[in-house]
Design a protein around this ligand. Structure first.
Ligand code: ATP
Length: 263
């Protein structure tokens, strides 16, 4: 049973040392990760673990550091201080293509499709980095998203917003994702599409993929999570199960406005 950590004090120091009782096998382990944009420090010695087969969510206010953390893992921000271990290998100095080659796929917030290419061509672009299992991956994504199979010859620009989001996610899976990192996957979706996507994420997990996601839809993103973290001003201040975080008074207090707005 994961243990919740106490939140930080007024000086920004954790009141209780983080306890991580999760005995599952870590796929990704972020240790003391710091990152600066020039003079601005965006991450302060962040620690976070994603175990094999989990859905791990990170929530926080605008500008708290969620995207910075994901981009650092994806190899898009260099150099970083601290360590990023993936499958027991340090990857914090690797370039993006090497990170991708290891199955760590980042789907950024608002990722676009290629509008003038067909749905199938968009998926084939995803498979470009790893072509060996293209056919089996294609049948997997078509099983997950039957509408993409139906519309495979249509231009991507003709899809609805929810369908375009499915296509970007499917493209990530076509790249051979072992760990799929989704930045704000629910952004701009209708409540119905958000529900569908939550179910799809659980299905993706059942098929052996690990998911790490960030977002403003705090309730949704925590409910779907098997493990979750709160980040505040670049510091991880709470961790626990999604439900533990959702019920935690500090999270409710710090994200009240966001919870009320986005649900
Ligand atoms: P949001 O939910 O709005 O996407 P976030 O939690 O993902 O926010 P980040 O985008 O990681 O937060 O930003 C963390 C901090 O780093 C913020 O203070 C932000 O202003 C700063 N920051 C982000 N990108 C840059 C950049 N390219 N140059 C300078 N500062 C940046």
């Amino acid at each position: 049973m994961p243990t919740i950590i106490a939140h930080i004090d007024a000086m920004g120091r954790p009141r209780v040392k983080a306890l991580d009782m999760n005995m599952e096998k870590p796929l990704l382990a972020i240790r003391n990760l710091s990152y600066h944009y020039g003079d601005i420090q965006a991450l302060f010695r962040a620690n976070l673990t994603v175990c094999e087969g989990q859905i791990v969510s990170i929530v926080g206010a605008n500008g708290s550091g969620k995207t910075t953390l994901m981009k650092a893992v994806a190899g898009l921000l260099r150099p970083v201080q601290g360590e990023i271990r993936y499958q027991a290998e340090s990857i914090q100095t690797l370039p993006v293509h090497e990170v991708v080659r290891r199955g760590l796929i980042y789907v950024p917030e608002g990722m676009k499709t290629f509008p003038l290419m067909s749905v199938l061509e968009n998926l084939e672009v995803g498979a470009y980095v790893s072509r060996d299992q293209k056919a089996s991956r294609l049948s997997f994504v078509f099983e997950l998203f039957p509408v993409l199979a139906e519309k495979q010859s249509h231009l991507a620009k003709s899809l609805s917003g929810g369908q375009k989001r499915m296509l970007t996610l499917a493209r990530g899976l076509m790249s051979g994702a072992r760990l799929l990192m989704l930045d704000d996957p629910f952004l701009g979706l209708s409540p119905r599409d958000v529900n569908r996507l939550c179910n799809t994420l659980r299905q993706i997990r059942r098929r052996g993929h690990t998911l790490f996601m960030a977002g403003q839809h705090v309730r949704r993103i925590l409910r779907v999570a098997t493990r979750a973290y709160l980040v505040e001003q670049g510091r991880i201040t709470l961790s626990g199960t999604g439900d533990q975080l959702l019920d935690h008074p500090h999270l409710q207090e710090s994200l009240l406005g966001i919870i009320a707005e986005a649900g």
